[in-house]
Design a protein around this ligand. Structure first.
Ligand code: V55
Ligand code: FE
Length: 485
């Protein structure tokens, strides 16, 4: 008999799933667009065993990977744990051996020196494999069809850093996988490395840099020839880990920075542009070059948006201050100033989990989507892990300034969407948006497909899962060509 702690972390919306399985042909309401041929992969944290510390973090659950294979109007479901080294060691022991989120000081001595990663943050097909990623550890490779785990890779010894971002960008021109690792000199260090993997998975670029202070360097973006890093005041230190407090705390005294460097350099040209008073921004929508200027689109809030990472000064979490709204940051590489030139709001609906038509990553673009908070709508379910209930899906047209939204109803919430182009040569935004819609009253999830430029019309079809999937993080689409390669 297994008992998980009676914490909110394992109840209601966050009740664990721990289910691996296959459904050949999901029940679908409406018509799945016949031209769709590929797979949507996504991942959620799902602890295999009760945690060593009952007050653990949502972000510390073992990665549970879901694949929705769509073809000929049918949708097949496959779900497997990512068999990280941690998962395998704990599976063999029949219990948890690793302790708190990002805190090796809390581990059972039997696993000292082992890779602590959970592969729970993002999944993406590149170079023939499914990359399952967690930013504190190397890249885990899985088979993109069977979802069996190969194991961690160092890319033929070419990538020796111990960490690998969960938020890569694929350069739409070269097909290169652009990524980075942070804390590459060990936990809590400022050292980072930018890298690019070509479409075959060979390391073709590396550049070393340091962040102004240790932080959760969760996402970044390419912008033409540049790589841009957003630094927000999540910070940590050894004292925090020694005292077994949550790995990150939010320090309002620290500035927000954007770091800009050439992608083809060695990192020595990195420039840090500062913004004070600070803001918090985690997930980038997109960025692009405009002459000597760089524009960087990011949902931001006045304080940390993650309720489970405390304020440094001990004040309680304030959901109003934590709600994120999309803004366009601009820096000018021609200026001698190290200040961020401007920060302008874009759109009206607050939200997070921004997505674009990824064929426009790092380039001037028109269309963006986020899942959003419509505070005017009722909600009948229990609370979730974020600052509010993410009950809507919004399309932002940056060219016309118009936006349109779809509300999922009073019983649930949405998970991060993903854009699927109608065809390889379709115009920007022409295609579909795919997203899980969770019913937290009845405890089911539906995989919904929308017309990306008409989300207000609601889903074209809904694949009805027989279970509710746990709140997830990120995912990506791989077309039939990528599945075959
Ligand atoms: C994030 C998620 C993580 C993590 C660090 O959304 C940051 C941000 C799911 O794990 O470890
Ligand atoms: Fe993320």
């Amino acid at each position: 008999m297994v008992h998980f702690p009676q914490e909110q972390l394992y109840q209601d919306v966050l009740r664990l799933v721990r289910l691996e399985g296959d459904i050949a042909d999901l029940e679908v309401e409406g018509e799945v667009p016949a031209e769709l041929d590929g797979a949507f992969y996504r991942v959620h944290p799902d602890p295999q065993f009760p945690p060593l510390y009952p007050q653990d973090q949502f972000f510390n659950g073992d990665g549970m990977v879901t694949m929705f294979r769509i073809r000929d109007g049918r949708i097949a479901f496959r779900q497997r744990y990512a068999h990280t080294d941690k998962w395998k060691l704990e599976n063999a022991a029949g219990r948890s051996l690793f302790g708190q989120y990002r805190n090796p000081l809390t581990d059972d001595s039997a696993v000292e020196g082992q890779i602590r990663g959970t592969a729970n943050t993002n999944v993406l097909v590149h170079a023939g494999k499914l990359f399952a990623m967690k930013e504190d550890s190397p890249c885990l490779l899985m088979d993109k069809i069977s979802l069996e785990t190969d194991g961690y890779t160092d890319f033929n010894g070419e990538l020796t850093i111990p960490t690998f971002t969960a938020h890569p960008k694929i350069d739409p021109v070269t097909g290169n996988f652009c990524g980075f690792g942070y804390a590459v000199d060990g936990p809590l260090t400022e050292a980072c490395q930018y890298f690019e993997l070509d479409p075959e998975g060979r390391v073709v670029r590396k550049a070393d840099f340091a962040v102004p202070y240790y932080t959760m360097l969760h996402d970044f973006c390419i912008a033409g020839d540049y790589a841009v890093f957003n630094v927000s005041p999540y910070h940590s230190d050894w004292k925090t880990l020694e005292q077994h407090r949550p790995h990150f705390f939010y320090d309002r005294a620290l500035p927000f920075y954007l770091g800009v460097m050439r992608r083809d350099g060695d990192g020595s040209d990195m420039r840090w542009f500062r913004l004070e008073p600070s803001v918090c921004g985690c997930h980038v929508m997109n960025a692009f070059q405009d002459g000597t200027k760089i524009h960087f689109d990011l949902p931001i809030s006045d304080t940390g948006s993650l309720p489970f990472f405390p304020e440094k000064d001990g004040r309680p979490f304030n959901p109003q201050e934590a709600i994120t709204r999309l803004h366009r940051f601009t820096v000018d590489l021609a200026s001698n100033s190290d200040e961020i030139t401007s920060v302008e709001p874009i759109g009206r609906m607050p939200g997070e989990f921004p997505r674009i038509d990824d064929r426009f990553a790092g380039r001037p673009y028109r269309h963006g989507w986020m899942i959003t908070y419509d505070f005017d709508k009722p909600y009948h379910g229990p609370p979730g892990p974020f600052a509010g209930v993410i009950n809507s899906l919004t399309h932002y047209d940056h060219q016309t300034g118009q936006e349109q939204s779809w509300w999922c109803g009073p019983d649930g919430a949405l998970q991060e969407p993903c854009f699927i182009p109608r065809s390889a040569d379709a115009a920007e935004g022409e295609g579909y948006l795919i997203a899980l819609v969770d019913d937290h009253v009845r405890n089911y999830s539906d995989l919904c497909i929308f017309d990306a430029l008409n989300v207000a019309a609601g889903p074209i079809c809904r694949a009805r899962l027989p279970i509710r999937l746990r709140q997830g993080l990120h995912g990506n689409w791989a077309g039939a060509d990528k599945l075959a390669a």
